[in-house]
Design a protein around this ligand. Structure first.
Ligand SMILES: NC(=O)c1ccc[n+]([C@@H]2O[C@H](COP(=O)([O-])OP(=O)(O)OC[C@H]3O[C@@H](n4cnc5c(N)ncnc54)[C@H](OP(=O)(O)O)[C@@H]3O)[C@@H](O)[C@H]2O)c1
Length: 202
């Protein structure tokens, strides 16, 4: 894999079993060479194995994000909040961060699917054929996600920008507020994260 002429650097935060298994798969399938991989962990306990395989190693999680555009978070879920704090200033919109640990960054797909399903079903209720409604819902989510990444704007600002005074959007937003959409999603993230942290401790 190449990125702007130099080989792609892949990072792993956490040097345990999962990091090892993913890296092994990538090396064996010729997707990456160990010399282009940077791995971090707090101790040398596991890190030395990676060094022995030709990977670069560090004790700094932030250094991994600064050096690699693709980063796997491969720690136990209960340390994830600390890891996210370590890397938050270094993450840019070019980064691809893949969380192997269940928790804050990972447990999102089911919520997005449920939201897409609800969007499409609303349109079906208003008379749109289901296949078309699903396609439009998916493209709407794709477009909104691209806008967040490409503009770097806060989602609240983007939402505000499309709310014409007295228009259809603010009427729809009012209904979402009445149904406590944001509070419900925040509760779901919190519940999923706490459950993942409890499972990580046991
Ligand atoms: N094992 C599986 O089959 C499996 C399958 C699916 C998902 N998962 C998930 O994958 C995640 C990793 O599992 P694992 O089995 O690879 O765990 P593991 O073998 O215990 O490895 C955890 C790694 O995280 C490192 N670490 C701890 N605190 C850290 C911090 N603050 N910053 C950076 N690294 C830190 C540890 O460092 P040290 O080396 O210094 O101890 C260790 O290298 C877990 O969330 C697990 O639920 C695991």
């Amino acid at each position: 894999m190449e990125s702007l002429g130099r080989p792609l650097r892949v990072g792993f935060i956490g040097a345990g079993k999962m990091a090892c298994a993913i890296l092994e798969g990538m090396v064996l399938s010729d997707q990456i060479q160990a010399t282009n991989v940077l791995v971090s962990a707090p101790s040398d306990k596991n890190l030395l194995k990676f060094k022995g395989c030709g990977c670069m190693v560090t004790h700094s999680n932030e250094a991994v994000v600064e050096d690699c555009k693709v980063v796997f978070l491969a720690t136990k879920p209960h340390v994830l909040p600390g890891v996210l704090k370590d890397i938050s200033d270094a993450v840019t919109k070019e980064h691809i961060i893949i969380s192997v640990a269940a928790g804050i960054t990972l447990e999102t797909l089911e919520k997005v699917y449920m939201f897409a399903e609800a969007l499409a079903e609303g349109a079906v209720k208003m008379g749109m054929p289901s296949d078309l409604a699903n396609k439009i819902a998916a493209h709407t989510l794709l477009g909104a996600a691209k806008m967040i990444l490409e503009t770097g704007e806060h989602p609240a600002k983007l939402r505000n920008d499309v709310c014409t005074p007295g228009g259809t959007t603010i009427y729809a937003c009012h209904e979402l507020e009445k149904g406590a959409l944001r509070a419900t999603v925040m509760n779901a993230v919190e519940a999923g994260t706490k459950r993942a942290q409890d499972m990580g401790k046991s």
